[in-house]
Design a protein around this ligand. Structure first.
Ligand SMILES: Cc1cc2nc3c(=O)[nH]c(=O)nc-3n(C[C@H](O)[C@H](O)[C@H](O)COP(=O)(O)O)c2cc1C
Ligand SMILES: [Mn+2]
Length: 486
């Protein structure tokens, strides 16, 4: 049976050797800092489980890097990777392909209600509520507060038609029972809140921190309006997610979550931020806090010895293997649904936080095929947001292999002929290139780069001076263990 919650997930990850336990770190800059060091500089990138955190009792734990490897992302999404030798990293393109295969025959599964789950082991209400009870990290040196929500899900219900949304929108602690969230306009959670406020009512909200990492991956996925992320998570799992009715809000909450905060948004504004963003900057003057409506916390439920599930945005990003694979698989699926044939791979590059740079690999079949793939990928629902570059490469190039992608760009594309610029595309206020104070005209341009061999003389293109796939296989069989030994 598939793992059911974060604890069972952790024991599976420990079983295949990708969990590192760290004792004695400080919640102030060290939990995030150790994560940044690991994800920017270390050779191995395990999930990091912090315990005995400064100022906090043993057992109050913090997890970073949950979906930061192909093996852990595959476990989370319930997809199989091809068998690899135990000491080798699986190829990330195999994960993208496995997720895309799953998406092509995807069935959503509605969640099931259970009476109660382990999250109710401890309940604090009224004066007992104190969010500082948990070792909530302070992330980057220029941040404005401690963030309890980075790898969480914000759960709300549409007051008109009742569908339930899960979205990851950062959550700052204002004081022991007040929160401030940063939600971009148009996000489903913002639309729900707006509807309540327009009716003159507070908006019930539940925030789950520390659940099945699949719920994190689905609550950052661009799932259509009106569809619950719970049903997508159930679809990946192949069985329903177990939810219970939140005692304060009536919202469905993950019954096996570590911590669930319930309360309501009220239109009382407080400064939120700054917080170092996914693009690796405090973009668009975001060093200035922005007024946001508060959440008044009414109850905090948590398992004994709770585990906070966190995500590290920015340069030391710890979730891109998971999030970029899902995004790349969705673009691949959308390319196929738009009728583009012979797509061999897609990648949403880490250096662009999964947004700024997309790479598509195709087997060219006709003149213009590469341009068609580039334009569709660049404007697809999933691929368009704050997208700066799309590179299309031939089928011999693995789009997740940066060195080979750049080699193809250098040797198979001529800037004058092969780069087109699309103007006024879908931008974002997170764009570090927006001039100071500009937050209305959030357009940006996109360069589409055809880095495929010129179609018309492809057959005569200079042969590659490297082993053929067949020779490589023969060499690997005979010499692989000698060459790759550590
Ligand atoms: C770690 C992380 C943090 C995020 N923080 C925010 C945020 O603070 N505000 C926001 O609007 N979107 C944020 N996002 C993006 C949304 O989670 C994402 O667009 C999601 O699809 C929104 O869900 P929705 O479509 O149901 O609104 C974040 C994504 C990640 C991976
Ligand atoms: Mn949604």
């Amino acid at each position: 049976m598939a793992y059911r919650d974060l604890r069972e997930w952790l024991s599976e990850v420990e079983g295949f050797g990708e969990l590192k336990r760290i004792e004695g770190a400080d919640w102030n800059l060290e939990l995030s800092g150790i994560t940044e060091l690991t994800y920017r500089e270390a050779r191995r990138r395990p999930a990091l489980l912090f315990d005995n955190i400064k100022d906090y009792p043993a057992g109050y734990r913090v997890l970073f890097g949950s979906v930061g490897s192909a093996r852990r992302a595959a476990l989370t999404l319930g997809v199989r990777l091809p068998q690899e030798p135990a000491n080798e990293e699986p190829a990330i393109i195999d994960l993208v392909r496995a997720v895309r295969d799953r998406l092509s025959a995807f069935q959503r599964v509605v969640p099931t209600y259970v009476g109660e789950g382990p999250v109710t082991e401890n309940v604090a209400t009224g004066d007992e509520i104190d969010l500082y009870r948990f070792p909530i990290p302070f992330y980057h040196e220029l941040d404005g507060g401690r963030y309890v929500g980075t790898g969480h899900a914000v759960i709300t219900r549409d007051p008109d038609d009742g569908w339930v949304n899960l979205g990851t929108y950062r959550v700052m602690i204002v004081n022991k029972n007040t929160l401030a969230l940063h939600i971009n306009p148009g996000r489903h959670g913002a639309l729900h809140r707006q509807k309540y406020f327009e009716k003159g009512q507070p908006c019930p909200v539940a925030i789950s921190v520390g659940h099945d990492p699949l719920l994190f991956l689905t609550s950052i996925m661009p799932i259509p309006h009106g569809v619950s992320e719970y049903e997508y998570a159930g679809g990946f799992k192949g069985e329903p997610i177990e939810v219970m009715k939140g005692p304060v809000t009536g919202l469905p909450i993950p019954a096996r979550a570590e911590i669930v905060i319930e309360g309501e948004y009220v239109p009382e504004m407080v400064p939120e931020g700054p917080f170092g963003e996914w693009c690796g900057y405090y973009a668009n003057n975001s060093l200035n806090p922005v007024p946001e409506p508060i959440v008044r916390v009414k109850s905090v439920m948590y398992r004994t010895n709770p585990i906070l599930h966190c995500a590290m945005p920015g340069l030391g990003c710890d979730y891109l293997d998971g999030s970029s694979s899902v995004k790349a698989a969705l673009i691949w699926d959308q390319l196929e649904r738009a009728g583009i044939s012979d797509v061999k791979g897609v990648w949403c590059h880490e250096s662009g936080g999964g947004n700024f740079l997309k790479i598509v690999s195709i087997k060219q079949r006709f003149p213009g095929h590469a341009k068609q793939a580039a334009l569709v990928a660049s404007q697809s629902r999933v691929g368009a947001y704050l997208n700066r570059y799309v590179v299309v490469v031939d089928e011999d190039i693995d789009p997740t292999n940066t060195k080979d992608v750049l080699w193809a760009m250098c040797t198979r594309s001529d800037p004058e002929k092969d780069i087109d610029i699309l103007r006024r595309c879908w931008g974002s206020t997170a764009d570090p290139l927006l001039p100071p104070g500009e937050n209305v005209r959030t357009y940006n341009s996109v360069a589409v780069i055809d880095a495929c061999r010129p179609f018309e003389w492809m057959k005569d293109f200079p042969p590659v001076a490297g082993y053929s796939p067949q020779l490589r296989e023969t060499l690997m069989k005979k010499w692989g263990s000698v060459v790759l030994e550590r």
